[in-house]
Design a protein around this ligand. Structure first.
Ligand code: ADP
Ligand code: MG
Length: 215
């Protein structure tokens, strides 16, 4: 018997003026699975991710997380439900420290007063989960793109994510950095997280994914 998947999308249709980006798409991800989402440029990968994360409402179709209907109205709502996304362009703030970026928008503290010690400790824990050695006081912009992306992943996981979506995460990484990222992905898979890995590199799919869906 097939278990209820962590995530299931059924019959998703999304149209833009003059373009049907998605037509009746089915997609499911299990817990503890790295699921590759493949397709040529323009196939609809990013649109599917945006439907999943509440950026666009679909015209048709159903989304369920752990068997419960979900219709996220915004990325924040999707995050609250347990779906965290790291976009290709790291959308953090280069001039702030690693610790500040990890807590961005949800700093520990009260009445507008940031508890720096708690924030730094918290960031250290988030990075340790990825087995990442990185100075929490370093300015984010001074790190390599690969490390910045790891910080973005640490931040995403900090939201008690059950499903992590990585949209083209390897696009600007070199071979060694890709290997590091895959190590982190496997580690998170081992913790039972579901991971959606959007890519157009077939050899990377074979290296790290358990299943794939082609759009
Ligand atoms: P992929 O990520 O696989 O390259 P996209 O999801 O970005 O594909 O695009 C799928 C199709 O939808 C393309 O034809 C694209 O031009 C169109 N599209 C995507 N976003 C928009 C938008 N905001 N407005 C109009 N058309 C869009
Ligand atoms: Mg895309």
């Amino acid at each position: 018997m097939e278990q209820t998947p962590l995530l299931s999308l059924r019959g998703i249709t999304k149209r833009f003026p003059g373009v049907t980006a998605l037509s009746g798409v089915d997609f499911a991800v299990r817990s503890g699975e790295i699921h590759a989402l493949l397709g040529e440029n323009g196939a609809g990968k990013s649109t599917l991710i945006k439907v999943l994360t509440g950026v666009y409402p679909p015209e048709e179709g159903i989304i369920a997380l752990a068997g419960r209907r979900l219709a996220p109205g915004s990325p924040k709502e999707a995050e609250r439900a347990g779906i965290s996304t790291v976009y290709q362009e790291v959308n953090l703030i280069p001039a702030l420290s690693v610790a500040e970026n990890i807590s961005l928008g949800r700093q520990p503290g009260r009445l507008g007063c940031i508890n720096w010690r708690a924030m730094r400790r918290h960031a250290g824990e988030a990075l340790a989960r990825l087995e990442l050695e990185c100075d929490v006081d370093a300015e984010l912009g001074s790190l390599s793109v690969a490390l910045q992306q790891m910080v973005a992943i640490a931040r995403a996981l900090d939201l008690q994510a059950r499903l992590l979506v990585l949209d083209e995460p390897t696009a600007s990484l070199d071979e060694k950095e890709v290997a590091e990222l895959f190590k982190v992905m496997r580690r998170l898979r081992g913790e039972g997280l579901g991971i959606v890995f959007v890519t157009h590199f077939l050899e990377q799919v074979y290296a790290v994914s358990d299943r794939m869906t082609v759009l």
